[in-house]
Write a protein that binds this ligand. Structure first.
Ligand SMILES: CC(C)(COP(=O)(O)OP(=O)(O)OC[C@H]1O[C@@H](n2cnc3c(N)ncnc32)[C@H](O)[C@@H]1OP(=O)(O)O)[C@@H](O)C(=O)NCCC(=O)NCCS
Length: 147
């Protein structure tokens, strides 16, 4: 089950960030900004009544951005990441988005494979994107037109 997060979910989201992204975790202040922004949406995925994953999305006109996707280590490899991405594309489509962008660390093979398998293509390398040190791929996907 996936549902939209609210400000009451802050402890869940902080825990997700801590366990999925460690020293690159978004802060409470950053998460609150996404929760309060009209152009963003945050979702939480549950399995067996437990928190399994979360993601933050944002909009800029007809362009969408996957800000972060994380699945709890004990729930990985069970299709939750893909399920979150399908939910992301549904939300983007209903919000009028035509093209989705995301950045992923060039060394993050699991995530790069997941995004590629969903149709995201590498556009270019963003040098020293993470903390001025590590490179990222900018990946992009065109969404089909909604009838
Ligand atoms: C990347 C991440 C979200 C994937 O979530 P997940 O629930 O484990 O992924 P899924 O089970 O839905 O797998 C989706 C696809 O990703 C690929 N994949 C996932 N884990 C993989 C692994 N360990 N090795 C190779 N490919 C992998 C596969 O193509 C898989 O599709 P398939 O099962 O049909 O072959 C998860 O590993 C994670 O939270 N990582 C830490 C945070 C992160 O790096 N987030 C992304 C950057 S913002």
């Amino acid at each position: 089950m996936i549902r939209k997060a609210t400000s009451e979910d802050m402890p869940i989201l902080l825990e997700m960030e801590r366990r999925c992204f460690a020293d690159r975790a978004y802060t409470g202040e950053q998460i609150r900004w996404f929760l309060n922004s009209e152009n963003s949406a945050t979702f939480i995925s549950f399995r067996e009544n437990r928190v399994a994953g979360s993601m933050m999305l944002s909009l800029r006109g007809r362009r969408g951005k996957v800000v972060s996707v994380g699945v709890m280590p004990e729930w990985r490899g069970k299709g939750i990441g893909k399920e979150l991405m399908v939910c992301a594309e549904e939300w983007f489509s209903t919000s009028g988005v035509r093209e989705v962008d995301l950045e992923v660390n060039v060394n993050n093979h699991e995530a790069t494979i997941m995004y590629s398998s969903l149709g995201y293509r590498k556009v270019r390398i963003l040098k020293k994107y993470y903390q001025g040190r590590e490179d990222a791929y900018l990946m992009r996907k065109k969404l089909p037109k909604v009838k």
